[in-house]
Design a binder for this molecule. Structure first.
Ligand code: MGD
Ligand code: MGD
Ligand code: SF4
Ligand code: SF4
Ligand code: SF4
Ligand code: MO
Length: 889
């Protein structure tokens, strides 16, 4: 600590901070235009100048480190004069249209001019007259309003890692621009809007649908409803309308968002929102009262249970809903109905992670934290298209790369991160175990493994060592279709680094070999001592906003909240006591089993008619079911088939919590009133339990969290009070526990890390004469799953308006098809017509379809064959045939 004097008053501050930081910490306001605490100081606007005793010139406080005995004046005459001059000069070049500028009221230049009494630019400077770039779908750039603070350029390159924009030309004509003359739309820009959020003036502005003035709005902190990164954001509302979204500096996003968090909010107030319960009568939906709809559901529950027993009912809970809602959903099924037939989309997603890591480590969650990637030495990304699907995590990977980290990518597609990678292994789909075993074979042959760690913290190494003998880099290179030397290089790079983290997602899990592939990852990490270590670990990137939470809350047929097994007597008894009922002990059915066998199904927030494999089969199953309830925010393809549809309130209309991929429990807040007559899912579930004669009396979701904490050890210390400003990472065992940044520091959950031998086996479907191509499926940045939400955001749809199939140029030539032409794609299960995108992202004979679209839906083609342990279907490999559609004349 050092002692300094600011404006005549003594302060004790940390020695490694700047004068600007010292002032901020002590509530002394210093104006800045170019400063951003996340970036290196740039000192270009010079507005933060201060006077320091003994120095002749004014010094920019953002770049000045404190020194013991320093005497600083922040608002001396000299300082104020300098600031006035700077503002005057800036304003002289500025368009001076504050009356009509959308930024008015929230513009730093305007505010400072007011604060410093700068009335009009007194310099007779020339005003600029540069063209406005409105080519981007989401925001525009008006260079005439730009004050050249450079923040946008630095945010884009240093934080976002995209470098789409820079400062073009020199002198008076200096302006922010893209390398190409065609502007933003023709650049690398991914429309994250992080530059827009950083711009202090109206030069970078969202093209909002609704116009509003800052003072008419309210801002509420909440959590992004899309992916599992759990970015914190503020929703800006005018009346009951959400009109903007702004990044908030949360622990996992550090003030960054991706395009969906920033611009993906218009679904909330979309006219298509379900506003009233619907009951199907004579094949047609009719509006109904809540009373009528809920009574019908309750009578059907009773009737089905009486006739066929509790196990004739099943429910899909929702990774889109809050923890509190997921907790109540499973409580409804287990305690009030009496069945464990509960499952959710984790079955299609990370079921193999849960089963694989439960075996080898004892728990299926991400071991380390998002921010730890920043200080990793090696980042190994396998089967995760991180830039499109966990975009804010990808920004941190790129930041780490700038700091010197090495990146290895293994993916059949040349994804964006492949370009940034030091080694890119473009493996064939379905060859993960081979490539991982090949790396381990080399590590063992060359004794690059961590002997002490293996000795102390693991078991069964010898068996795995034995199992790897046949996986020589030569052999593996052939299986995977990559260069042997690259496998060796990757093995060396991973094993020789001190802190190496593995990041994986659907490219690993969605295979019939999913569980084994996850265990291969675990073997590799254990072998090199990367589990229980900071900046390393085994990191399954969880997909949905609250899929981690939906699993934690017991949305699985075998697990009560906190992964406590339904079949363990002492566990069942504990919950029987807590809930005052008797509970079933037998494990329930999984998603596909439920679809195939129950009489009554209750789906909360899922859309299997598009997201499950083999849609023809799903449709058949749903039609077979006697009574189907769908509770959603929109009338989905699945809801169309329901007997009763219940309108749910969206994340913006309710309080609760989501748990992100790094196990962080964060608040979701009610921002506006429920749309129409919709109700929060927790309220609906509570009413149903009440009507079933199992009274529940929660007045607020915080009371549900109190109950969760009392029965779920990992959430034992979570309360709304504690997570008011920043979420806590579980395990958080009691009220004094700070939460857990990374797992297994002292001990791995199962005791010792288990090495488990796994062998490469092929995919369920192989190519043959009839179906000669491999189809893999996945996602794109601008769309989210079945598009119930992103499909209702006009600008996102403009970016990716329709389905397509990626085909390599060589394959396209063989097929005689050109870019944008239509083809018929057929698998053993169905066929679709779809537009061709000729690309070098995929290799010859491998194809890719994003599964988002109802028209040309990939899931007509995909395979239901599933991993035997996790029951996750092989959504990443199907054999298909492709034919050019001949145009009739
Ligand atoms: N924009 C957007 N973001 C999302 C979502 C969304 O729908 N849209 N969904 C969220 C959800 S729920 C999830 S689960 C995550 C999913 O996130 P990801 O897993 O990143 O998404 P995918 O596109 O399904 O697949 C990832 C990668 O796996 C590769 N792959 C295919 N087969 C193989 C293989 O055999 N081996 C290897 N190594 N790689 C393979 C694909 O080429 C693709 O690049 O995204 C989340 N984020
Ligand atoms: N071919 C192929 N298929 C796949 C995948 C793949 O990679 N390839 N990936 C799979 C994966 S990983 C996943 S996670 C699944 C996702 O599959 P789903 O979960 O079925 O897909 P979503 O579109 O996210 O469906 C969520 C539903 O919840 C609704 N919703 C949103 N908020 C709320 C709310 O607050 N309350 C209620 N009641 N409803 C709400 C939405 O409108 C939407 O209808 O898809 C899987 N399907
Ligand atoms: S929107 Fe994002 S990617 Fe595009 S220029 Fe701005 S910061 Fe860069
Ligand atoms: S556009 Fe905005 S953030 Fe970028 S340099 Fe100009 S004023 Fe600064
Ligand atoms: S990265 Fe995920 S959580 Fe963050 S803004 Fe984008 S979709 Fe939302
Ligand atoms: Mo997922």
């Amino acid at each position: 600590m050092v002692n300094i004097v600011i404006n005549g008053k003594q302060y004790e501050v940390h020695e490694d901070i700047t004068v600007l930081q010292a002032c901020k910490e002590n509530g002394i306001d210093i104006p800045t235009l170019c400063y951003d605490e996340r970036l290196e100081p740039d000192s270009s606007c010079r507005l933060c100048v201060v006077e320091v005793e003994g120095k002749r010139n004014l010094i920019t406080s953002c770049s000045l480190k404190v020194e013991d005995g320093m005497n600083i004046e922040t608002h001396s005459k000299k300082v104020i004069k300098a600031r006035k001059d700077i503002l005057d000069l800036l304003f002289s070049n500025h368009p001076n249209d504050c009356l009509t500028c959308e930024k008015s009221g929230n513009c730093k230049l305007q505010n400072y001019c007011y604060d410093y009494n700068v009335k009009a630019g007194s310099y007779k400077g020339e005003k600029r007259n540069l063209p406005i770039d409105d080519s981007n779908h989401f925001y525009y750039h008006d260079p005439n309003k730009c004050i050249l603070c450079g923040k946008c350029v630095r945010v884009c390159s240093d934080l976002q890692g995209t470098s789409a924009i820079g400062l073009n030309e020199r002198g008076f004509r200096t302006h922010v621009g893209t390398p190409s003359k065609n502007g933003l739309e023709d650049s690398d820009c991914v429309s994250c809007g992080n530059c827009v959020s950083a711009c202090p003036v109206g030069a970078l502005m969202p093209k909002s649908r609704e116009s509003f003035r800052e003072w008419e709005t309210k801002s509420t902190l909440t959590t992004c409803p899309y992916c599992g990164v759990g970015c914190q954001l503020e929703l800006i509302t005018k009346g009951n309308q959400v009109v903007d979204s702004k990044p908030y500096k949360g622990p996992s996003n550090n003030g960054l968002l991706c395009v969906k968090g920033k611009f993906g909010y218009p679904f909330i107030n979309h006219p298509d929102r379900l506003k009233t319960p619907l009951i199907k009568k004579n094949g047609k939906f009719e509006e109904a009262s809540w009373e009528e709809a809920l009574n019908l559901i309750v009578s059907k529950i009773k009737e089905t249970k009486e006739k066929y027993g509790a196990n004739a009912l099943g429910g899909f809970t929702s990774a889109r809903c809050t923890n509190e809602e997921n907790y109540l959903f499973q409580k409804l099924f287990r305690a009030a109905i009496g069945t464990n037939n509960i499952d959710h989309c984790a079955r299609l997603c990370h079921a193999s992670t849960v089963s694989g890591l439960a075996t080898t480590l004892g728990s299926g969650a991400m071991t380390n934290s998002i921010n730890e990637v920043l200080d990793s030495d090696v980042i190994f990304i396998i089967g995760s298209n991180t830039t499109e699907n966990h975009p804010v995590i990808a920004t941190k990977m790129k930041q780490a790369k700038k700091k010197g980290a090495k990146i290895i990518v293994a993916d059949p597609r040349k994804i964006e991160l492949a370009d940034k990678a030091d080694i890119f292994l473009q493996i064939k789909p379905g060859t993960n175990i081979a490539v991982l075993n090949g790396m381990m074979n080399y590590i063992i042959e060359n004794e690059l493994y961590d002997k002490d760690y293996i000795e102390e913290r693991t078991e069964n190494f010898e068996e795995v060592k034995e199992s790897l003998i046949e996986y020589t880099p030569e052999k593996v290179a052939e299986i995977c279709g990559v260069n042997k030397d690259d496998i060796i290089k990757a093995a060396r790079m991973y094993a020789e680094s001190d802190k190496a983290g593995i990041y994986y997602a659907m490219g690993i899990t969605q295979h019939i070999t999913g569980t084994n592939s996850v265990m291969a990852i675990s073997n590799l990490a254990l072998m090199c001592g990367n589990v229980g270590k900071e900046n390393a670990g085994v990191n399954p990137l969880r997909g949905q906003n609250n899929v981690q939470g939906a699993c934690d809350m017991g949305g699985l047929p075998s697990d009560l909240p906190g992964y406590q097994k339904v079949f363990k007597e002492e566990i069942a008894e504990k919950f029987e006591k807590a809930w005052g009922v008797s509970l079933p002990r037998e494990v329930g059915m999984t998603m596909s089993e439920i679809l195939d066998s129950v009489k009554m199904l209750y789906i909360m927030g899922e859309n299997p008619m598009l997201s499950d494999p083999d849609i023809n089969h799903v449709k058949h199953s749903l039609e077979r079911i006697d009574f189907l309830v769908v509770q959603d925010i929109f009338l989905t393809e699945t809801a169309e088939l329901a007997d009763v549809v219940l309108p749910a309130a969206s994340f913006a209309e309710k309080d609760g919590t989501f748990t992100n991929t790094e196990r962080r429990v964060q608040r979701v807040r009610k921002v506006i009133e429920s749309i129409g007559d919709s109700k929060a899912d927790w309220q609906i579930l509570m009413e149903i339990m009440n009507k079933l004669g199992y009274p529940q009396k929660y007045r607020h979701p915080s009371e549900i969290m109190e109950e969760i904490a009392s029965v779920t050890p990992q959430y034992g210390g979570i309360t709304y009070d504690r997570i008011e400003t920043e979420g806590i990472q579980w395990p958080c065992l009691d009220k004094d526990h700070p939460g857990t940044k990374y797992l297994y520091k002292d001990a791995i959950a199962r005791g010792k890390g288990l090495f488990f031998p796994v062998y490469h086996t092929g995919s369920a479907e192989t190519t043959d004469k009839e179906y000669p191509y491999i189809l893999t499926t996945g996602r794109v940045l601008y769309q989210y799953h079945t598009r119930t939400m992103t499909g209702r955001v006009e600008k996102l749809n403009e970016k990716v308006p329709e389905s397509y199939i990626e085909i390599n140029e060589v394959t396209a030539n063989k097929l005689g098809v050109k870019d944008s032409e239509k083809v018929k794609v057929t698998s053993r299960r169905g066929s679709i017509d779809i537009k061709v995108k000729v690309t070098d992202i995929v290799e010859d004979n491998v194809m890719f379809i994003p599964f988002h679209f109802a028209e040309g839906a990939a899931n007509y083609l995909t395979n239901t064959k599933a991993d035997s342990a996790a029951k996750i279907p092989e959504l990443k490999v199907a054999a298909v045939n492709v034919e050019k559609i001949q145009r009739s004349c």
